[in-house]
Design a protein. Structure first.
Length: 486
């Protein structure tokens, strides 16, 4: 029987149903066992006729497991020891604070449809479990000092942090796909929270435990409930929110959004800036009033000129087709305009990898959603993995690493063929010729600007290759660090 591959699961994930996605994990694992598949080529993790750019990046596996479904080692709350490690997760939220510490909250994992509300801190050497779990959340009445509480367990929230000197000890979270009670009921939220790293406490800033609320696009404007949005922090410390999967102004149904919002942190007011107040809008790629189509699960960053940048995701193209995207857009805050920078205007396009390490105007990552990203100290933007389309036009999960220098894309690491296992080696060591994380989506990433270090954790995907009869696909808790080679 032919070897089963993770794209069988990805067909289910085209519908953004969290329950269906998790059921598909179980189905896929059983299918692999029945078919004798291991999730990689018979010769190991890099195969299938593709090629690799592994020698351009030094990856180091620094913690966690090389197989899926691992429980966490919590230790004692607020006690830092070397054995502490978060459990296998997907869709968690991550921040880097002004001290260069990495923070991790929530996510989904376990053996069934379970979401979490734990907060973890990584100090550069070890993890510390800081607080949680509190699965159903605590929504205290808001007061002038900021009400204390605790957000319900969730995934795929929008996140922000502020620069040092402008409230930089606080981490912010909006909405997401939440567990609203101890029975495991799920819904989309539009609550806004602030986490103070100085005392490890959450505060409810706006919203409530009420879910599935429509947006308010006039008057006391407020974004509707959603998950998988793109987010940015501008130079003034304001927060920006784009799209996601959720509620528009009036629809009784959920859909994909392309509305752009700004939250003024000095006044605590939302402003609807642009985009439609209805769901499922196609993109306009022309020269007159261009705007990207409704989508979720894109990656975003702020460029050196203060423009808001967004790449890919899952949503609507110029013809109104729904699928994975690999278009790149820029929003100029000063003149309130979107610009289509590059990439196709239709969904599900293959990547053009070019020569590893060589930037080119012809290079473009394949269409994808739920990738992870970093922005480094010199303005380069990095994208890793996701669920999407490889160089051969095949859908699956990816482990390719790309760099965008402001003008061109460069393929830097990983395979141009989907569904590759990881090459782990020995924890704490790196081998520029071989080591690389396995293909995955809905992972989390951090960049520490103080040390110039890039970090990757978990997600849903492939661990190490254990042989043709040993499946190794599911929730991950492997922890990686990479360094570009000179």
């Amino acid at each position: 029987m032919a070897k089963a591959k993770p794209e069988l699961n990805k067909e289910v994930k085209m519908n953004p149903s969290i329950h269906e996605k998790r059921i598909a994990i179980v189905f896929f694992t059983v299918l692999l066992t029945a078919c004798g598949g291991g999730g990689g080529s018979s010769g190991g993790p890099i195969g299938g006729g593709g090629s690799s750019a592994l020698n351009l990046i030094d990856w180091a596996w620094v913690g966690g497991s090389d197989t899926f479904g691992q429980p966490g080692d919590y230790g004692t709350k607020d006690i830092t020891v070397s054995t502490n490690m978060p459990q296998a997760l997907e869709g968690a939220m991550s921040w880097t604070d002004v001290n260069g510490h990495l923070w991790l909250f929530g996510g989904g994992g376990g053996t069934g449809p379970t979401d979490f509300s734990d907060m973890w801190e990584f100090n550069g050497t070890n993890w510390t479990w800081r607080n949680g779990p509190e699965p159903a959340g605590t929504y205290n009445k808001q007061n002038t000092s900021g009400s204390l509480g605790f957000p319900a367990a969730r995934q795929y929230s929008a996140i922000w942090s502020k620069p040092k000197g402008t409230g930089g000890s606080n981490l912010w979270l909006f909405g997401g796909y939440v567990r609203i009670d101890v029975l495991g009921t799920t819904a989309k939220a539009n609550d806004l929270w602030k986490y103070d790293t100085s005392n490890n406490q959450w505060a409810l800033v706006q919203g409530s435990s009420t879910t599935e609320l429509s947006g308010i696009y006039g008057g006391a404007a407020y974004p509707g409930a959603r998950y998988g949005s793109a987010s940015w922090t501008d130079s003034a410390g304001n927060f920006w929110l784009f799209g996601g999967y959720g509620r528009d102004e009036a629809s009784l149904n959920s859909g994909f959004l392309n509305d752009l919002w700004k939250f003024d942190t000095s006044t605590s007011q939302w402003t609807w800036v642009s985009g439609a107040k209805v769901i499922d809008e196609p993109g306009n790629y022309g020269t007159s009033s261009p705007v990207l189509g409704a989508r979720y699960a894109a990656v975003s960053w702020v460029d050196g000129s203060g423009n808001l940048m967004i790449f890919g995701g899952y949503g609507y193209d110029s013809a109104g087709n729904l699928g994975n995207l690999n278009d790149l857009w820029k929003y100029n805050i000063g003149n309130d305009t979107w610009t289509w920078v590059n990439g196709p205007n239709i969904v599900d396009r293959s990547g053009s990898y070019g020569t590893p390490g060589s930037p080119s105007m012809n290079n473009i990552p394949g269409a994808r959603r739920f990738a992870v990203s970093w922005k480094d100290n010199i303005g380069n933007f990095w994208v890793f993995g996701g669920s999407g389309v490889d160089s051969a036009g095949k859908s699956g999960i990816l482990n390719d690493l790309w760099k965008f220098d402001g003008a061109n894309w460069t393929w830097m690491s990983g395979s141009n063929i989907s569904d590759q296992n990881g090459e782990f080696g020995t924890t704490g060591n790196s081998d520029p010729a071989r080591f690389v994380p396995g293909a995955r989506d809905v992972a989390v990433s951090w960049y520490n600007s103080l040390t110039g270090s890039y970090w990757l954790f978990g997600g849903q995907g492939l661990g190490a290759y254990y042989g043709p009869n040993i499946p190794n696909y599911g929730y991950l808790n492997d922890f990686w660090k990479f360094q570009p080679r000179p």
